[in-house]
Ligand binder design. Sequence first.
Ligand code: SF4
Length: 345
Amino acid sequence: MLWYLAGCIVSNSLGSILLSVKGLRKWFPIRRGFLDFITMQPIRYIKAVDKIDFNIKKGEVFVLAGESGCGKTTTARLILRSIEPDEGSVIFNGMNVCNLRGEELKRFRRLVQTVFQDPYSSLNPRLSVFDILLEPLIIHNIRETNSERKEIVYKAMEEVKLTPIENFEHRYPHMLSGGQRQRLAIARSLILKPKLIIADEPVSMLDLSIRAEILDLMISLRDKYGITYLYITHDLSTARYIGDTIAIMYLGKIVEMGICEEVLSNPLHPYTQALIDAVLEPNPNNRFKEKKVRIIGEIPSPIDIPNGCRLNPRCPYVMEKCKLIEPPFIEFKPSHYVACHLLID
Ligand code: SF4
């Protein structure tokens, strides 16, 4: 409940809510072997997402950040209904996504689009740029005449700067650079006039010089069309560049959440601090400035989640109670939430 309230407060202070995730849980059962079966071993689970709550307001870039394997992509798949949750709900524009069927689900899938890390694998290599952009219009029966659809395709190409159009429309994905492919993937999402784009590591495979161009393009489309983004990344540099609100995930839980600039300038959770120390120059006023936080060892298996605070085997500040009691999620500063015993005592 505390997590949900925290999400509400952060987002309400920014504007009206487009997407609300409440108590979302997804555990994947591990197939038992014959020996497990006859010795009646209990079923074990990969606890990919473990009761998370957050809200995304209209027109914002909400960043979900953390190491690989922390549950970010599973969260995106749950929102998209490509997998079903065990518990919890996803409310989009007032509709419970988990209950959508038929035409309503199809409409939802039109309004929520995705941009993936590897545009090459998400684009049909046998279709030209023009046909890749035409395909969603046909699937969703948007406009009836060829000339109307052609006009929409050309407009989308102009929006993402795949111009001059005659130079690009007949090319195939393998004839484009990485940045051009990602522009094409964004155009394909844009063409259906989405309200939300889920961008899963959209620039991590691109050269540094191209990353800022793609992020700038995403921001300009947000400003022009009011598109909302769920931006998933392990890279806090790009998170800081593009994000409005950020939630830091660790082993299936959100451990810190707030306004992006505030969280990344004044991180409260040791895990967030360690992530920042790995990539960003800390704020000189930062309370951790004297001591860099080093998280010890590798991320544990999501099958064997530690008791108490999930970070306790790796945390340099670990206390006895961290091993026994899961820290509550508290509002330590206005609109800045964290789950750590250090900040409670
Ligand atoms: Fe570290 Fe304890 Fe805080 Fe967890 S609750 S982050 S183990 S100090």
